[in-house]
Design a protein around this ligand. Sequence first.
Ligand code: C2E
Ligand code: SIN
Ligand code: SIN
Ligand code: FE
Length: 452
Amino acid sequence: MSDSKIRVSKGNQAMADSEAVLATSRFIHRKILVRLFLGWLSLSLVIGGLFLWLELERIKQSVHELALRESAIFNGESAHNLDRLDSAAYQQLMDLARQLVNQHFLVVELYDRNKQLRLEIIRPGHELAEQDINRYRHRFPKVGEFSHEFHYIRGELLLVILVPLRDARDSLAGYFEGVYQVDRETRDSIMEDLGRRLVFVTLGITFTTLLMYPIVLTLNRGLIKLSGDLLKGNLELISVLGCAVAERDSATNSHNYRVTLYALRLGEAIGLSREQIHDLITGALLHDVGKIGIRDPILLKPGKLTPEEFEIMKTHVPLGVEILSKSSWLEGARDVVEFHHERYDGSGYPQGLRGEAIPLNARIFAIADVFDALTTKRAYKEPWPVLDAIAKLERASGSHFDPRLVQVFATIAPGLYQEVSGLDAYRLEAMLRRRIARYFLATAIGAGVRDA
Ligand code: C2E
Ligand code: SIN
Ligand code: SIN
Ligand code: FE
């Protein structure tokens, strides 16, 4: 490689790195925003709801007090003999009741201590209201208590109260029942007041949440940088390991990057979960790591391998599994490394697994691997035209490969090949890093959310 080429490569490398770090920080910013929004929403609902409930209780309380105060005129002297009314006393009570009906009450009724109706006045024109709420009435309270219920009927806020009446010696004389109407202005001003307070509360929560965003970002700046560095480090390590063998095998890392991109796209096309794709990527980057243990005369043989040589070549699979077993972090890669040479009809190696018994990621990867092996130059073969390679995959559908996967891959392969085949290793790496950051971050941060 000439000096200038190295410099260009280094430049690309740095670009790829900063893009990965940028993708990390974008990802985390978005995550924080989404969580803040969810926090805002639940706070608004909980605090708003609680506030609304408290306010309504307060309003009920004050309306109830209003009604009680107005009906208090029946207590004491005037309540003394509801069960034995002479006409003068009756007339007096009637006058008091009419007074109330002229103010806020639609209906006023008096019962004696045996709960017999003694007197009823309905505000003219409100007989209907009386019928409407009839079914809610006559809930006689226990001695010493009162009952009240709000009803919203025909646009009117009505309060039905039933209070025991006391005579001058403070013993039970009867009951007062009334339908209290909250007048329009009072109601409107209550609602306006309530609305204003609710808006105020919501604005307060929103403002606090907005203030939280820069604070959370500042507090997490170190964490965001660390995440980016960790992601970079992890990817680099996998890359280095995967490329160590590629350096011997084919002089460039391109094969690893290309098969990873192919497998990733196929995995996305069939809707794999984030965790599955994460493992597919790791597996693809490391699929032939075991070739490190294959001697050069076999690995680099320009011609066809003898059966004995091929038996040795096959050991790259168990060798790879052994290498992976040293890192729990690489566990997810195992399906691909261990089973990428199995075939759908059971004729593959090392175990001869058949059909769905082969892990899905390995079935996906086998297609990507062979497609790239066919379309690129190997020590032992020339590259095939892309359409021939696709035709080959389709011929081997059901024998070597999972037919459903071949069908999907055949539709995306031509475009994918065009996009990927002309790129050098550095461009491929940059493209890959951009595309896989989200999968690694998502699994690292442990988010089950699929939206970001
Ligand atoms: P590889 O070169 O990465 O190839 C991976 C897989 O792609 C191969 O797995 C095979 O399934 C498919 N493949 C590659 N080239 C061709 C081809 O020309 N025609 C067809 N139909 N399929 C192809 P396989 O066969 O298990 O080989 C595993 C590895 O063994 C290969 O990895 C390569 O490194 C080595 N190998 C296989 N055959 C030969 C050979 O004849 N000569 C040499 N020097 N190496 C070979
Ligand atoms: C390879 O065989 O994987 C390297 C050739 C290329 O970069 O296209
Ligand atoms: C071949 O037919 O050359 C091998 C079958 C395959 O790798 O799909
Ligand atoms: Fe292999």
